[in-house]
Design a protein around this ligand. Structure first.
Ligand code: PMV
Length: 322
């Protein structure tokens, strides 16, 4: 019995676009904060008597694409371990799945750690990050606690996340809509690459943003980190919106929340907005400012839809389900 817990991460410099779909190599590197909220808990038992993997997702038997994706991932682990035995997988998210709240990141990070242990692989953090990447790109960063940089790399061995030193950061998540998104990030990335006239410009800008972000981290310069975070997110969404058929992840309320970040800064509060592949908005701030930022946002969105978060632990094995 192997049980692992992992948390979602939110990118400050986004990963959007692959250079290799099979190996899940990103077009550009990215940088993120792993949070201490919305854990995924995943249990894996190797069961040589089972005919095929038996997968339970949030208490229900998993079928279709969800089950296929998990089985495809287990095939990688079996190939690494030389085993042909099936597995029983039980995975539980405490985050709404598919709503741009990074459930695939915590999900595949927890699955990588639990499955590697269940199949007897002894992998260090870098190898676990590379493995998690194969499940969902952003999952390689949830292996790491706190702030992580994912080096784009040029092949399987060189594309992994590792910790990066910087200031103590926190986030406030504003849940605009917790329903699953209409277009998966996988499909949206493909469509952006294939049809958006801004795809190439995005890649160039993201590469430059990552360099500037590393410098801002080294200086522990929160205003510079925040400005890059907000601008990088808007550049990603601009490239996505320009795809055909267009994809608009940001809802009217999401845009209003970017206005709220402007307003907070006009009042001297250093808070910066970002959004992944969905309408929810995350506000980045100094760890000590999280409660003030949350309180300041209650004029924009009900308090019950605001979740305060700090830096969380990387994916790890646990003795029993949380
Ligand atoms: O790893 P995926 O396929 O869930 O893609 C993640 C994409 C974004 O969340 C929008 C950006 C990122 O770097 O996490």
């Amino acid at each position: 019995m192997s049980i692992a817990v992992a948390h979602p991460n939110i990118a400050l410099v986004k990963y959007w676009g692959k250079r290799d779909d099979a190996l899940m190599l990103p077009a550009t590197g990215s940088l993120s904060l792993t949070l201490d909220i919305f854990p995924t808990t995943t249990r894996v038992d190797v069961d040589p008597t089972a005919e095929g993997d038996v997968i339970t997702f949030d208490g229900e038997p998993a079928t279709g694409p969800v089950a296929q994706r998990i089985t495809a991932f287990l095939e990688l682990v079996r190939a690494l371990s030389g085993s042909t035995a099936s597995a029983r997988v039980d995975t539980r998210n405490s985050v709404p799945t598919g709503a741009g709240l990074a459930s695939s990141a915590s999900g595949f990070a927890a699955l990588a750690v639990a499955a590697a242990d269940a199949y007897g692989l002894d992998l260090d953090q870098r190898a676990l990050s590379r493995l998690a990447r194969r499940g969902s790109g952003s999952a390689c960063r949830s292996i790491i606690g706190g702030t992580a940089i994912w080096h784009a790399g040029t092949d399987d061995a060189t594309s992994f996340a590792e910790p990066i030193d910087g200031p103590e950061l926190g986030m406030v998540i504003a849940v605009v809509d917790d329903r699953a998104k209409a277009v998966s990030s996988r499909e949206a990335m493909r469509r952006t690459r294939d049809t958006s006239p801004y795809a190439e410009a995005w890649e160039q800008a993201a590469g430059a943003d990552l360099v500037a972000m590393q410098e801002a981290f080294a200086r522990r310069d929160i205003p510079a980190i925040g400005e890059l975070t907000e601008s990088n997110a808007l550049r990603m969404h601009a490239a996505i919106m320009a795809a055909r058929p267009p994809i608009r992840y940001l809802a009217p309320q999401s845009i209003a929340l970017f206005d709220a970040a402007d307003r907070m800064r006009a009042h001297g509060l250093q808070a910066y907005a970002t959004a992944d592949a969905g309408p929810n908005v995350a506000f980045l701030c100094a760890a000590d400012d999280v409660d003030i930022v949350r309180d300041a946002l209650t004029t924009d969105i009900p308090a019950g839809r605001l979740i305060a978060a700090h830096a969380g632990a990387g994916a790890r094995l646990v003795e029993a389900p949380a």
